[in-house]
Design a protein around this ligand. Structure first.
Ligand code: AMP
Ligand code: ZN
Length: 139
């Protein structure tokens, strides 16, 4: 199975690499929402957040915090979004787990305007019960 991010890990595919350690690598996104938009990935291949191994997940989170601080220091954004898209409905296009680090600036015209749902008639409790049921099912 071919994977463009595995190719970047293996240096078969070119990327603007920012940082790497034993188990993670980070590089600039080729289609940035803002300049400096970066990706952090585990070197091992996992499809998404659901199946990334705990040790690699911890390593990716640490590298993400490290790089976010470096971006904050070097690019002085007003804020930073850290996002992970999981599944096509959530916008995932590359099926090798990654975090996006997106530097944000006042009036950068990047809009995400959700239409909020309304919990009514005990619906909030129903959803909480469903999720608690999911938690219980893990034993
Ligand atoms: P997602 O939609 O969350 O799966 O994000 C995948 C991201 O990978 C997109 O923002 C793409 O622009 C980015 N991307 C795809 N191919 C490459 C590549 N060869 N080098 C750097 N970024 C890439
Ligand atoms: Zn991969």
């Amino acid at each position: 199975m071919s994977c463009i991010f595995c190719d970047i890990v293996n240096k078969v595919e070119k990327a603007e690499i920012l940082f790497e350690d034993e188990s993670t690598i980070s590089f600039l996104d080729i289609r940035p929402l803002n300049f400096g938009h970066s990706l952090v990935i585990p070197k091992n291949h996992y499809e998404n957040f659901f199946d990334v191994g705990e040790k690699d997940l911890n390593a990716v989170i640490s590298s993400t915090q490290f790089l976010a601080n470096a971006i904050k220091k070097s690019l002085a954004p007003d804020g930073i979004n850290i996002i992970s898209n999981n599944g096509s409905s959530a916008g995932q296009t590359i099926y090798h787990f990654h975090f996006h680090i997106i530097p944000r600036f006042k009036n950068d015209h990047f809009t995400f305007r959700p239409q909020y749902k309304d919990y009514s008639n005990g619906l909030m409790q129903q959803f909480a019960d469903k999720i608690r049921g999911g938690i219980k099912s893990f034993g």
